[in-house]
Design a protein around this ligand. Structure first.
Ligand code: PMP
Length: 282
């Protein structure tokens, strides 16, 4: 944090930081597997792109940040970890409302890897509920900026829990499927894959699925998916750094396909984990 390595319990952020007060921050989370980063370049690209769009500056270049992340992981002692890098607007010592007067701050931390879905959920597929909550800015303004704004996603999650499901998908302003709390979604129909195109975060795992589809010569596209189309899919899966590729077996009251993890989902998941051992993908 600001050039120092600290135990988590000593890492403190001011309540006046605009990241805390206004969600005025960008961040990225990278996955470390067997001591090696997975697709670090793509995460760094997104982080630096976000900072540029938010007009934030740090006194570190890309290689300095990569070094900080590596040190953070080494000091944490975790072989499998998530490393989160954050740039916040910071705060103004004079309480100025002019964001140009804040000093931007860099914070990174490493926590042990723990998948968002349990082994049991990965084997049977998740039960997802589609909430009526609409995904709202800032991601729908600029989906390349990864931001902590999650009010809509958290509301969707509570709607899903009330419904009796395990997680949520929320919709865009046209009632098409957008994304979930921390993940993108894919639908498979007749061997073709499709994922929402607009108003969603350009997830790195989503990108990885595009790349894996290229290797497997599978047809994949980005476009609108409405509720009925999603429910009528042969297979559905969700993607995130924190969970990889995770199957969905039920949407609201509809069983997806035959209710089991689909063969393309399985094939992509296996290849996804194989790539973690491939230095070309680190
Ligand atoms: N959508 C949202 C809203 C997210 O917060 C995330 C991850 N934090 C994702 C999608 C998945 O992105 P990635 O694959 O880069 O983890």
């Amino acid at each position: 944090m600001d050039g120092q390595y600290l135990p988590m319990s000593e890492a403190k952020v001011s309540v006046l930081d605009w990241g805390f007060l206004h969600s005025d921050a960008t961040y990225d989370t990278v996955h470390v597997w067997d001591g090696r980063f997975f697709r670090l370049d793509l995460h760094m690209d997104r982080f630096f792109r976000g900072m540029e769009k938010l007009r934030m500056n740090l006194p570190y270049d890309r290689s300095a940040i990569e070094k900080i992340l590596s040190t953070c992981v080494a000091l944490s002692g975790h072989k499998a970890a998530y490393v989160e890098m954050i740039c916040t607007r910071g705060g103004s010592p004079t309480f100025s409302r002019d964001p140009r007067q804040s000093e931007n701050r860099f914070i990174a931390f490493a926590v042990p890897f723990g998948s968002v879905a349990s082994r049991e959920q990965l084997e049977r597929g998740l039960h997802v509920a589609i909430s009526n909550t609409v995904r709202i800015p800032p991601k729908s303004i600029d989906p390349t900026i990864k931001n902590y704004h999650w009010l809509d996603l958290v509301k969707g999650l509570f709607d899903a829990y009330d419904y009796g499901a395990e997680t949520a998908l929320i919709v865009d302003i046209n009632d098409n499927i957008a994304e979930g709390p921390g993940f993108n979604v894919f639908a498979v129909k007749d061997g073709r894959l499709k994922t929402p195109a607009y108003g969603v975060l350009a997830g790195i795992t989503r990108q990885t699925v595009f790349d894996l589809c290229g290797e497997l010569s599978l047809c994949v596209s980005a476009g609108d998916i409405d509720r009925d189309e999603l429910k009528g899919s042969d297979e559905v899966f969700i993607t995130s750094t924190a969970g990889g590729i995770m199957p969905v077996s039920k949407i609201d009251e509809t069983v997806v396909g035959d209710g089991k993890v689909g063969s393309l989902t399985r094939q992509l998941t296996d290849l996804y984990w194989e790539k973690h051992a491939d230095p070309a993908w680190s």
